[in-house]
Design a protein around this ligand. Structure first.
Ligand code: PMP
Length: 310
């Protein structure tokens, strides 16, 4: 498996170096893009994309929120991801479909600008690192808040939203933490800069509701389904900041971060300071299903047909 050399561009694979845009593109000036992060796992029966359709549905939802006319159906985009994997001879990889307002038009109104869609594949290990995946990461509460509900729509996975995420992530790293937890504009717990957050107390799993300025994460949904399958009660509710400090367990989840335990928050150890049984149990199940080692009882995997000669 070598580095990817092809990028899907509106229905056909082009060479990596040809997937360029003009500096006048609307997206460069005004942040007008929507995108996805998707993983393909190298399972024993071949590569498989995790929750491909749900990701492409969210991409279309994000575009709709911003009045971006996306000419590709969810099915075409799923096929685009498959073609990108096969065309690059990849197995396990991270996929980044991105839709941009392009063109050379000055001015904030983007509706006349041409829309371009790309699908990029990269080989990418777990986002917060292998050590954090096993033992947990040390995080802080960010001084940057998530945007108020009537400012930036957080249900859209839009490029511009990630300026806010960058502020939080940079602050956290600068201060020696691996990630920042952001509060919403009312002061309730929201999420990490690129992950959703779960807390455990007395065996119950808690997470912020969609109305708390979070991205409606697909891993978050998978975690809630796995937890319920395991007989764990799940509550989506507003969480005051202090809940972070009295949780027995805490973890981040996301396509890139997968399921990463949190070891401390603002230097206060989470529970015993080691990943707890609920976190470990859900992490094992999630990774097992994604990697094809546990039966895919929810139909989350889309197989990628690999040519027989590979
Ligand atoms: N929140 C934010 C801000 C994110 O960027 C991500 C990653 N897409 C998530 C949550 C997790 O979403 P998902 O599980 O769908 O990857």
């Amino acid at each position: 498996m070598s580095n990817p050399t092809k990028i899907w561009r509106d229905g056909r694979l082009v060479n990596w170096d040809e997937a360029t845009i003009h500096v006048m593109s609307h997206v460069v000036h005004y942040g007008s893009s929507v995108f996805e992060g998707v993983r393909c796992y190298d399972t024993p029966t071949g590569p498989a994309i995790f929750r491909a359709r749900e990701h492409m549905r969210r991409l279309r939802d994000s575009a709709r929120i911003y009045r971006i006319e996306l000419p590709h159906s969810a099915d075409d985009l799923v096929q685009g991801m498959i073609d990108t994997i096969v065309g690059n001879d990849l197995r396990g990889c991270y996929l980044r479909p991105v839709v941009i307002r392009a063109g050379e038009q000055m001015g904030v109104l983007g509706t006349g600008a041409p829309v371009e869609t790309f699908i990029i594949a990269k080989v990418w290990d777990t986002y917060l690192g292998a050590e954090a995946f096993e033992s947990g990461c040390d995080v802080c509460v960010s001084s940057w808040r998530r945007a108020a509900p009537d400012t930036f729509p957080t249900m859209a996975k839009a490029g511009g939203n990630y300026m806010n995420s960058q502020l939080s992530k940079m602050e956290a790293k600068q201060n020696g933490y691996s990630e920042g937890i952001m509060l919403d504009s009312f002061g309730f717990v929201a999420e990490g800069s690129g992950e959703n957050l779960f807390l455990v107390r007395d065996g119950v799993l808690y997470t912020a509701p969609v109305g708390s300025a979070i991205l409606n994460g697909i891993t978050r949904d998978s975690v809630m389904r796995i937890a319920r399958d395991q007989g764990i009660e799940v509550r989506e509710q507003q969480l005051p900041r202090e809940f972070l400090y009295i949780a027995d367990e805490a973890f981040f989840c996301g396509t890139a971060a997968e399921l990463t335990p949190i070891r401390s928050i603002d230097r206060i150890p989470v529970g015993s300071g080691r990943p707890g049984p609920v976190t470990k149990g859900i992490q094992r199940e999630y990774m097992g299903i994604a990697k094809g080692e546990i039966p895919d009882r929810h139909g989350w995997l889309t197989p990628v047909p690999v040519p027989a000669s590979v």
